[in-house]
Design a protein around this ligand. Structure first.
Ligand SMILES: Cc1cc2nc3c(=O)[nH]c(=O)nc-3n(C[C@H](O)[C@H](O)[C@H](O)COP(=O)(O)OP(=O)(O)OC[C@H]3O[C@@H](n4cnc5c(N)ncnc54)[C@H](O)[C@@H]3O)c2cc1C
Length: 531
């Protein structure tokens, strides 16, 4: 029999799923309103937020402006950034940085005591606030965890995974949870009046990723399975220089190394980026990622050569230096093998400017959501900013919301679960990398859509089913976008098509319909024309 546990179902009953920046910030902003935070891993672990190296983009320096920040965000977004959203994000940055300072985040300061700001690719000004150089994520999350632990209104449930949303019509009424890592554990049903999904990204759906294992797209999947609208799922940002040293997740080699003179070479020592872009290794992230991908696909291999930095490496890039040494490579004397890695999801659960999804009682914030701020490509350090801006807006919205006085009902879902078939999971991740990765084509995308649809339909393991749900939506939307734009590069359609200059709004039902059409159940032409 299904075990049911219930908190006190008052108007204050808010559940936040996710213990990264978006989830913890939202919980703190809701205080003293009682909230329950569910996290798949202990706080501080299993969250991309804690791994962020650069920092948070905020136009706080003299001479900079929110308008300039928004213009840079729009310029990199492949023509489909929601300009109002980008400006709103940039305008609220200063206030949210101030909140983080209040929560105890020790942002670096200059000699005059002002916030120190650094510059990152495609920003027209120095506007990245950081902590101890490249330790921003770790320091921010440590400060927020301490603040959360000191806040009596926040209850934290660690090591539980949300695997389904419970619904009544188009209203979300609760969650189905299960102990992390125990497929045979009894599921728990938690009723709630307001649920905030802050479950992070989808990187772990790919065989090569910089994201933690918890970033498997489960939040997106459970929202989609409940009928939520999903926006821009085909847009996945790949980091060009993950260390290809047999680690999962793959350690990141920061772009700053290339800024300092490190080059990209193939096995024969040739600098392949020179022929591809006038900026060579400093070209935009998606162009470098494709260059690295092509070199590996052609069998020539790709390496980061930082030997010119020699003895300075250990001092200037201690994290990178240590990661290489622990993998058996000395970056001061030898080139390090690299590969492009799934890094950030621009798409996600579609939300409005309050963080509301298309389902009543469900909000989404952070990487699991799609606000329209990033379009087809994300500007560096805008994701942590988006997480805090929308977490604050969600808290405001929930606080201003008068919850209906109806009794909370728990609908039973299917609690049966089988063990995760490891081979199928590995195959799914490999197929995402090879068929829905840096360079895509129609045939491979169609193959992936059908494979993921079959897993989604047939598997008895709920975690794998959820992974396949998100993979299916990403692949089906990539198949439907017959052009190249931002991070979505399709070799059959290598140019941008002005007619397709719009965001994608889709559903799981639509993705299944596309898969069915490929299996011959429905004419593809009808689907492709959007009829
Ligand atoms: C290596 C790396 C470096 C980065 N550097 C930067 C940077 O410098 N600046 C920047 O702006 N962005 C950076 N990013 C991106 C940024 O870190 C993320 O986009 C952002 O942290 C996402 O925050 P989040 O709160 O939405 O998700 P996360 O921080 O990933 O947190 C998600 C939380 O949800 C939990 N969870 C997931 N699924 C479930 C489930 N089903 N049930 C229960 N809990 C669940 C996880 O355990 C975790 O607690 C970087 C990302 C990586 C991987």
């Amino acid at each position: 029999m299904t075990e049911i546990f219930q908190t006190d179902f008052t108007r204050a009953d808010v559940v936040i799923v996710g213990g990264g920046l978006a989830g913890l910030f939202c919980a703190l902003k809701l205080a003293p309103r009682p909230v329950t935070v569910i996290s798949a891993a202990p706080l501080g672990e299993g969250a991309s937020s804690a791994w962020a190296q650069g920092g948070i983009a905020a136009a706080v320096a003299e001479g900079d402006s929110a308008e300039a920040h928004a213009a840079d965000t729009i310029a990199v977004g492949g023509g489909i950034v929601d300009e109002e959203v980008a400006l709103g994000l940039a305008r609220e940055a200063g206030a949210r940085i101030h909140d983080l300072l209040e929560y105890g985040v020790p942002f670096d300061r200059d000699l005059e005591g002002r916030l120190a700001v650094s510059r990152e690719a495609a920003h027209s000004a120095r506007r990245i606030v950081h902590v101890q150089g490249d330790m921003a994520g770790k320091a921010i999350i440590a400060a927020l965890i301490e603040a959360v632990r000191k806040t009596p209104s926040i209850k934290v449930i660690e090591d539980y995974v949300a695997e389904a949303l419970l619904t009544d019509g188009d209203t979300v009424t609760g969650l189905q949870l299960r102990k992390a890592g125990d497929a045979t554990a009894k599921p728990l049903m938690l009723a709630s009046r307001a649920i905030v999904l802050a479950t992070g990204g989808i990187g772990h759906l790919y065989a090569v990723t910089t994201n933690p294992v918890e970033a498997s797209g489960l939040g997106l999947a459970i929202a989609a399975r409940a009928g939520a609208i999903i926006a821009d799922p085909e847009f996945v940002q790949f980091h060009p220089t993950a260390l290809n040293v047999g680690r999962d997740p793959a350690p990141l080699a920061t772009e700053a190394l290339r800024g300092e003179g490190a080059t990209l070479i193939n096995a024969k020592g040739g600098r392949f980026m020179l022929a591809l872009n006038p900026l060579a290794e400093l070209a935009p992230r998606d162009i470098v990622a494709r260059g690295v991908f092509d070199e590996i696909a052609a069998g020539r291999g790709a390496f980061l050569d930082a030997t010119s930095l020699g003895a300075h490496l250990a001092e200037k890039f201690p994290g990178f230096h240590a990661k290489c040494l622990s993998a058996g490579f000395d970056p001061a004397t030898q080139p390090i093998p690299i590969a492009p890695a799934a890094h950030y999801h621009m798409g996600g659960i579609a939300v409005d400017r309050h963080g509301r999804t298309s389902l009543k009682g469900l909000w989404a914030g952070g990487e699991v959501s799609s606000t329209g701020a990033h379009g087809a490509n994300r500007l560096a350090s805008n994701s942590l900013l988006e997480a805090v801006v929308y977490a604050a807006r969600i808290a405001d919205d929930i606080n201003g919301n008068v919850f209906a006085a109806h009794a909370l009902r728990l609908t039973e879902t299917t609690p049966r679960n089988c063990a995760m078939p490891p081979l199928t999971e590995a195959n799914l991740r490999a197929m995402m990398a090879s068929h829905v990765g840096v360079v895509r084509n129609g045939d491979q995308l169609a193959e992936a859509v059908q494979a993921f649809a079959a897993i989604e339909r047939d598997t008895g393991n709920i975690a794998l089913r959820n992974m396949a749900t998100t993979a299916l939506i990403v692949a089906a939307s990539a198949w439907s976008r017959r052009e190249s734009r931002g991070a979505h590069f399709c070799s059959d359609y290598p140019a941008e098509d002005p007619a397709q200059r719009k965001r994608t709004m889709t559903t799981l039902a639509e993705a299944r319909r596309i898969a069915a059409s490929m299996a011959g159940d429905e004419p593809v032409a009808k689907l492709a024309s959007g009829a």
